[in-house]
Design a protein around this ligand. Structure first.
Ligand code: G3I
Length: 384
């Protein structure tokens, strides 16, 4: 299944320019700020240029990429180089959320998000927007300022301003994020978010209409987690997401895609028939599917690094190979590129032994992990 080769005698160059050329892409002229050092190292010759994820993905008509922190792209050469080399699509891990863009009710700060978009343009990469409407990462002023009376106005104005700012530059927007939560006990499965409580269930379609108006070219996406496997909880949530999408389609809401976040956990039931059926149902409804936030939480895996890596790699391979065989699955993004910065090292999922998680294609020293080769092998399974 997954191959990991011995590259100890080889050297490699990390550089977006090399990758793009090798991948046969039109290369934009790089300004000083976006020129990346060609890092030499005794690492893995087999992961760059034509052997990069982006080259393999391009060969089969797939987008592959990761969530990034804009300041690191230009501030940390190894990070910028790996991202430029491996990804043909980027998404901001945090920089396009309300909390990042809205320092005050009447102020927008696009500096960090613009940095990401500029970097992507310089390296021939697409960008996903994440996200326009969510119940988390709201600015501290939100609770005292946004009320039942003005919530709709705030939401629409935010979307007009933010989607308008990036109009024509983004591949897609996560318009509404994580709107379903069965624990809240509603018949329609909707999560009791501030948006739901202040505007009512219509907030979802309002957001999609506003996004379409502000940026007619971005693919408008509904994005959610916990819908991947066939456990009772996951099946039930997936069912409610499906009902939501059906309701939106029936009402003529402009929605183009569904994002399956794919925060997977090693040891959980393997996603299978139920998810495939969901993806095919999306295809019948004319919707694309993006894997938007893939990682493999290995906090419960004991043993040697090699065992942990093998378990993570198998999950990457089997999951991605299953999904990219479906023609309407068009993008695969991991939630980060290097273990160095994964959110999974936070309190909630930290490993009991205190060791850092090994959940992404590159480890914390930017060494390609078995998950890298597993992901690349899985991409190769797609029929162009
Ligand atoms: O930037 C501020 C900083 O100014 C402040 O001083 C500091 C103090 O807490 O917080 C910093 O913000 C943090 C931000 O990450 C940037 O580091 C937030 O507290 C922290 O909550 C935030 O966490 C992010 C989380 O979403 C909430 O927005 C994670 O990095 C990010 O990986 C995670 O991503 C989510 C997706 O958006 C949606 N799907 C699930 C996924 C994982 O939870």
């Amino acid at each position: 299944m997954t191959s990991r080769r011995n590259f100890s005698r080889r050297t490699f160059l990390l550089g977006g320019a090399a990758a793009s050329l090798a991948a046969g892409m039109r290369l934009p002229l790089l300004g000083e700020k976006h020129k990346l050092p060609k890092l030499k190292g005794p690492q893995f010759a087999d992961v760059t240029g034509p052997r990069s994820l982006r080259a393999h993905a391009q060969a089969v008509g797939l987008l592959v990429g990761c969530a990034v922190v804009p300041e690191r792209l230009t501030g940390e050469p190894a990070y910028g180089s790996v991202v430029a080399e491996q990804a043909n699509i980027l998404v901001a891990e945090n920089a396009m959320k309300w909390q990042a863009l809205r320092p005050a009710p009447d102020k927008f700060d696009f500096r960090s998000a613009d940095e990401l978009v500029d970097f992507a343009a310089a390296h021939g990469q697409k960008v996903r927007g994440h996200n326009l409407c969510w119940h988390e990462s709201l600015p501290s002023w939100f609770a005292g300022t946004v009320t039942k009376d003005n919530a709709q106005g705030f939401l629409i104005q935010h979307i007009q301003t933010v989607a308008g700012h990036f109009a024509g530059k983004l591949h897609s927007w996560d318009v509404v994020n994580e709107a379903i939560d069965l624990k809240d006990g509603r018949a329609d499965g909707l999560r009791k978010t501030p948006w739901l409580e202040m505007i009512g269930p219509d907030y979802i379609e309002l957001a999609f209409h506003a996004a379409r108006e502000a940026d007619p070219t971005a693919l408008l996406t509904y994005n959610d987690y916990g819908i991947e496997n066939d456990s009772p909880d996951s099946r039930a949530k997936r069912g409610q997401v499906l009902m939501l999408i059906r309701r939106l389609k029936a009402r003529g809401v402009p929605i183009d895609a569904v994002g399956i976040q794919s925060h997977l956990t090693v040891g959980d039931p393997m996603p299978g028939a139920g998810l495939l059926e969901f993806v095919r149902e999306m295809a019948r409804m004319g919707l694309q599917v993006f894997i938007t936030e893939l990682d493999a939480n290995e906090h419960k895996v004991e043993g040697l690094v090699a065992d942990r890596d093998a378990a993570v790699a198998k999950l990457y391979h089997d999951y991605v190979a299953m999904l990219v065989a479906e023609p309407n699955v068009t993008a695969v993004l991991t939630w980060g590129i290097t273990d160095r910065y994964t959110w999974l090292n936070g309190e909630k999922y930290a490993r009991p032994d205190g060791k850092p998680q090994r959940c992404l294609p590159f480890d914390s020293d930017y060494q390609p992990a078995p998950a890298f080769f597993a992901l690349r092998d899985a991409i190769d399974k797609r029929r162009p």
